[in-house]
Design a protein around this ligand. Structure first.
Ligand SMILES: Nc1ncnc2c1ncn2[C@@H]1O[C@H](COP(=O)(O)OP(=O)(O)O)[C@@H](O)[C@H]1O
Ligand SMILES: [Mg+2]
Length: 329
């Protein structure tokens, strides 16, 4: 499949700080591409450079074959954007929000009412069209933001953390809307810090940390990086963590990763062993873990394996069903 966005050696420095560090990306036409990374990884900075909202320090961006810089109007028509912060104009009604965007994208005056009506319907907010956006729920605002980003029928839709802050129900409904738009032929690039979102929604993912792409591929390809079999996960008292890690190494030749009070290790591969044998050995050594379990590799395991210093933030902000990446450094 052809590429729609190609990024080569992209760098962005803010003073002495490098926020984006030699990033290469190749987004194919028709796919849902995810940039997955913790807060501060550089996701928004990359997106903003793709949209010409921020000037790169160095590197190259090609959008549908056009080098970014000279063809900004053409590129503006081609890309729809829903940002993280300014989703909608709070003081305007839903209808006005859409009209302004339609004008901004030079949609012919006589087509605007029809476009706006369609968008209101798509966002499921027809009966609220004359209400100010400030009165909308989070889910409604996000839906309005999404249809507004699609008003000029762009080839590419860029969504910066489209579901951050949404509750589970609204998040799931946002996913199905994004999938629908994608099935209609729109290439989607989204950023996220949610592991399951990237896993379930994206055809391909680039995992980013500290401004660098640390791995990329399909969710399946990425998960294979963490192992082909089960991942052992042990939670232990702080005083036992190192002892357990040592035992896993010496008794089972495993390669554990320690992360706070958690120890993880791949059970498959050359040093195949079982969860039960490990549990028995730890009991014999009088090292009783708080919890011990196994699971199939997730994107979080990939992240832990590649960075060694991050973890699944299972209990943050009531979003326990959705693991989120965060930096542990
Ligand atoms: N205008 C700016 N000036 C200085 N530092 C910035 C600016 N914008 C972003 N940064 C820094 O660059 C890093 C990446 O930020 P950002 O791209 O917003 O990350 P993300 O979207 O992945 O959370 C962060 O450390 C952030 O503080
Ligand atoms: Mg961001």
């Amino acid at each position: 499949m052809g590429s729609i966005i190609v990024v080569e050696g992209l760098v962005k420095k803010f003073g002495g700080f490098t926020a984006v560090d030699h990033v290469d990306l190749d987004v194919k036409k028709g796919e849902i591409f995810g940039l997955l990374g913790p807060n501060g990884a550089g996701k928004t900075t990359i997106i903003n450079m793709m949209l010409s909202l921020l000037v790169p320090t160095s590197g190259k961006i090609l959008i549908d074959g056009f080098r970014l810089g000279g063809n900004s109007e053409k590129i503006k028509q081609m890309i729809g954007l829903m940002t993280q912060e300014t989703v909608v104009e709070e003081e305007l009604t839903a209808e006005e929000n859409l009209e302004i965007f339609a004008k901004l994208y030079h949609i012919p005056e006589k087509e605007i009412p029809k476009k706006v009506a369609e968008a209101l319907k798509e966002a499921d907010i027809v009966s609220f069209k004359n209400a100010k956006a400030s009165t909308f729920s989070g889910g409604m605002k996000r839906r309005l933001g999404l249809v507004r980003a699609m008003i000029q029928n762009p080839k590419v839709l860029v969504l910066d953390e489209p579901t951050t802050g949404l509750d589970v129900q609204n998040r799931v409904s946002m996913w199905s809307r994004i999938r629908e738009l994608n099935r209609g032929g729109t290439t989607v690039i989204l950023t996220t810090q949610y592991l399951e979102e990237a896993d379930m929604l994206c055809d391909r993912i680039a995992i980013i940390d500290h401004g660098r792409i640390i791995a990329s591929g399909t969710p399946t390809e990425l998960k294979r990086l963490a192992g082909t079999g089960n991942i052992l996960e042990i939670t232990a008292k702080q005083t036992d963590v190192e002892k357990i890690a040592k035992a896993l190494k010496s008794k089972f030749s495993l390669s554990p990763t320690v992360n706070g009070d958690k120890i993880t290790a791949e059970l498959s591969g050359k040093h195949r062993t079982t969860f039960v044998r490990v549990a028995i050995e730890l009991e014999r050594l009088k090292l009783e873990p708080v919890a011990i379990s196994t699971h199939l590799p997730t994107l979080d395991d990939v992240f832990i394996k590649l960075t060694g210093a991050t973890l699944r933030d299972t209990l943050s902000e009531g979003t326990s069903q959705f693991g989120r990446l965060r930096t542990g450094r």
